[in-house]
Design a protein around this ligand. Structure first.
Ligand code: PLP
Length: 300
């Protein structure tokens, strides 16, 4: 595969970064994961928007979104990929002299784009659903390391995923420091109770997933009632159905949690209906059309 590294496309075996890179030393950087369907990247402006807001907060200089978009498409073209996942990684770059080195004109952002062929998860995952485990590791608090930043500091997520894996679960579900349902290690969480879809609000220590925003927009457009809030774990344990969302999963039915069935233990009707609507939206290529932008305006 050809990868992009600081102004050049190089074969992946030749891509090297400095041992003094702040991303390597301190997890000082950001990333985005986007998905291409038939050569078209889904909700690309929304991904770029999230990245540039995070880069602003961390004071990491970012090339204009339009040039990033061009590079992502060029990565697809060079690798003859139509259905793929692309990861864009940006770090503060190579710098010596501590956590916040004096500004040096030679220091520049490290930027990497790595592609991989991706045709979706196996069909039986969607037919049977996957399982999750509520892990003991709590989600980072927003006023410590804000989960709204898609930061390279991913140790919180890695530890939670290790715990879930040891318990034989597909995904680990975080609780916030306050003990409310938060999100998966790499996914957002939705469930249904009494016909109402529920999802943790932006005040529950989550990354505002792009897929989450699209799903909320779709549900509203379809007249399905959906509530965002701070919910205790029992809400999920007693749910009628549940699903996880992210760029790669789309909507993945969640049919078991903590070794117990959710609802009948099969994918629920609401999940199936919304996933069909999501796939129809992908087919139109109009990813951001239904995106509910809540960034910076926490819902109650
Ligand atoms: N939450 C976390 C912690 C994630 O890492 C991700 C994606 O990797 C998501 C949620 C879902 O985000 P998106 O729908 O933008 O892929």
């Amino acid at each position: 595969m050809w990868v992009y590294l600081n102004d050049h496309f190089v074969p992946e075996e030749e891509a090297k970064i400095s041992i003094f890179d702040h991303g390597f030393l301190y997890g000082d950087g950001l990333f985005e994961t986007v998905r291409a369907y038939s050569g078209r990247i889904f909700a690309l402006p929304e991904h770029m928007d999230r990245l540039s807001r995070s880069a602003d907060r961390l004071e990491i200089p970012l090339p204009p979104p339009a040039s990033l978009e061009t590079l992502l498409y060029e990565t697809l073209r060079r690798n003859h990929l139509k259905n793929a996942v692309l990861r864009l990684t940006i770090t503060r770059g190579e710098a010596r002299g501590g956590l916040v080195p004096d500004s040096d004109p030679k220091t520049r952002t490290t930027m990497v784009i790595t592609p991989r062929l991706f045709d979706g998860h196996p069909a039986d995952y969607y037919e049977n659903g996957v399982t999750a485990s509520i892990v003991s590791v709590r989600r980072n608090a927003p006023d410590a390391l804000d989960p709204a930043l898609k930061s390279l500091s991913f140790l919180n997520n890695v530890m939670a995923k290790m715990e879930a894996k040891k318990r034989g679960a597909f995904e680990g579900i975080f609780l916030s420091l306050e003990g409310c349902l938060s999100e998966g290690t790499t996914s957002n969480l939705f469930w249904v109770r009494d016909g109402v879809i529920k999802t943790p609000s932006v005040k529950s220590s989550i990354l505002e997933g792009i897929t989450r925003g699209v799903v909320i927009g779709l549900a509203k457009g379809m007249g399905i009632s959906l509530k965002e809030g701070n919910y205790p774990p029992e809400d999920l344990l007693d749910a009628e159905e549940a699903f996880l969302t992210n760029t790669g999963l789309e909507l993945m039915p969640l049919t078991g949690v903590n070794g117990k069935k959710i609802g009948t233990g099969l994918p629920g009707g609401m999940t199936i209906k919304l996933h069909q609507a999501f796939k129809a939206l992908v087919a139109t290529g109009d990813g951001g059309k239904f995106l509910v932008k809540t960034w910076g305006t926490p819902s109650p």
